[in-house]
Unconditional design. Sequence first.
Length: 164
Amino acid sequence: MSANKPRKALIPGCGAAREVLAFANAGWPVTAIDFSSEAVAQAKSILGPQASLVEHGDFFNPNLANEGFALVYESAFLCALPPDRRDAWSAQISRILPSGDAGGLLAGYFFFGESPKGPPFGISRPALLALLSPAFELVEDLEPHDSIAVFRGLERWMVWCRRP
C-alpha cells in the first residue's frame, strides 16, 4: 500500500462495536457496519463521541468495494451467517480488499465446529481453507487464550493476505 494512502478498516456485523475504539486508538480510520438497527443504536450509545464510526449497512452492498478498505476484521460475523451465504461472503471480501502489492488483510477470529443449528454456525477448517484459499493466503494461525465461553477451544485467530 502506498505511504500516502490511509489504511482503512471495516468491521462487518459489528454488533455492540466493542472493537471500534481499539482500531481508532491504533490509528486506523475504521467503519463498523451492522444490518440490525438495534445493534447500531446500541453501538452508537456505547461509543458516544465516536458514534459516527458505526453505520447501519449491508455488508453485501457492492459499493463497499469502492471504499478503499485495507483490512476487514472478522469477529463472529461469518459464523452468524447461514452456511448458504458463505460463498457470497467470500466473494464480497475478495471484492472489498485490494490484491497485488496492496495486499489487503482479512484478520480476526474464526469459529470452527459442527453446529448445524445456529447461529453460531461453525465451519470446518477444510471448508474455510477451500473458501478463502483461491483469493487469500493464510499468514497467521494462532489459538486465542481469551475466548468467550461459547467459542472457547473452537476458534482461531487468523490473518489472511489477499493474493496478487
